[in-house]
Write a protein that binds this ligand. Structure first.
Ligand SMILES: NC(=O)c1ccc[n+]([C@@H]2O[C@H](COP(=O)([O-])OP(=O)(O)OC[C@H]3O[C@@H](n4cnc5c(N)ncnc54)[C@H](OP(=O)(O)O)[C@@H]3O)[C@@H](O)[C@H]2O)c1
Length: 273
């Protein structure tokens, strides 16, 4: 019975990971969320998910070390002491830097500082603690895969080749998250654990709702950059399409194929859109 621990399953791509992996009756899916009561309710009211006995929701803010530690202990009780696959999906996607360049954000130094610190706590440090605390379980698992859901924004090549200014702080956090995966791979590849960073492409989960009028005017410029990079790009995918593609990349990747520590897209390569 393959077991998965997925962070941030309350909504967006995380909820879709929960839906798709739990559709395999032989799988056991443990979802970590900040608000357990809310997610339990959502699952219990979901016509597809409400009858699935292979879903367990645990409470853990990714920035709360003790909560993560407790979640690892609770997970071990459900699984018998092992986990096959970790998916670090929880992430902070701020609106503050969504369409602006890094220099423009300097006009709001306090918000810049707070946003960058929160990004580091959630997207980087949270995953380091998550991986370390669940490592004893992964070492006892059969599949031994640890995945971070990253972003093409973390790629320095596309940033410099296409002068991608948008989401600078978020991009810094995802580039750091990729390095976290590479460093864990450097240490644990010899133990047979595959560490992998996968970008899910652009999926419509409402990230561009609630922007100020000024920000909305700049969204077009961001989309134009995407089109310049990938003229064939048709716009955001559904979460269902995105998660299906990421699952396929996860299933196909292996240490034997040389994927340890890789940073790839939902296509399994460096084509981000
Ligand atoms: N959608 C895209 O186009 C896209 C593109 C590239 C990369 N990504 C990445 O995909 C992942 C999922 O994002 P999404 O698009 O599904 O975004 P989303 O709809 O904003 O969902 C973010 C998830 O992360 C959780 N989360 C945030 N802070 C947390 C914390 N401190 N502790 C625990 N959970 C926390 C949220 O929980 P709450 O409900 O409690 O807030 C929510 O479940 C992220 O890592 C994101 O960077 C998404």
């Amino acid at each position: 019975m393959p077991s998965y621990v997925i962070t941030g399953v309350s909504r967006g791509l995380g909820y879709e990971f929960l839906r798709q992996y739990s559709s395999e009756p032989e799988s056991l899916v443990i979802g970590l969320v900040r608000n357990k009561a809310e997610t339990d309710k959502k699952v219990s009211e979901d016509p597809d998910l409400k009858t699935r006995s292979n879903i367990h929701i645990l409470q853990a803010d990714i920035t709360d070390y003790n909560a993560l530690k407790q979640a690892a202990a609770d997970t071990a009780k459900f699984t018998g002491g092992s986990v096959d696959c970790l998916i670090a999906n929880a992430g902070y996607v701020p609106k503050f830097d969504a369409v602006d360049g890094i220099g423009d954000l300097g006009d709001s130094p306090e918000e810049l500082t707070k946003t960058m610190r929160d990004l580091f706590e959630i997207n980087v440090l949270g995953n380091i603690h998550f991986f370390n605390l669940f490592m004893p379980l992964i070492l006892k698992g059969e599949v031994k895969k640890v995945i971070t859901i990253t972003s093409g924004y973390g790629d320095i090549e596309i940033t410099k080749n296409f002068d991608l200014e948008a989401s600078p702080l978020y991009s810094v956090s995802k580039a750091a998250a990729n390095m976290v995966i590479a460093k864990f791979s450097a240490q644990y590849k010899k133990d047979g654990i595959l560490f992998l960073s996968v970008c899910p492409g652009v999926a419509e989960v409402g990230h561009f709702s609630g922007l100020t009028e000024r920000q909305q005017q700049r969204v077009g410029a961001v989309a134009a950059k995407f089109m310049e990079y990938a003229p064939h790009w048709k716009g955001p995918q559904t979460p269902e399409q995105s998660v299906a593609a990421v699952r396929s990349v996860i299933a196909n990747a292996s240490i034997e194929k040389g994927n340890g520590g890789d940073y790839v897209s939902h296509f399994g390569n460096k084509q981000w859109l």
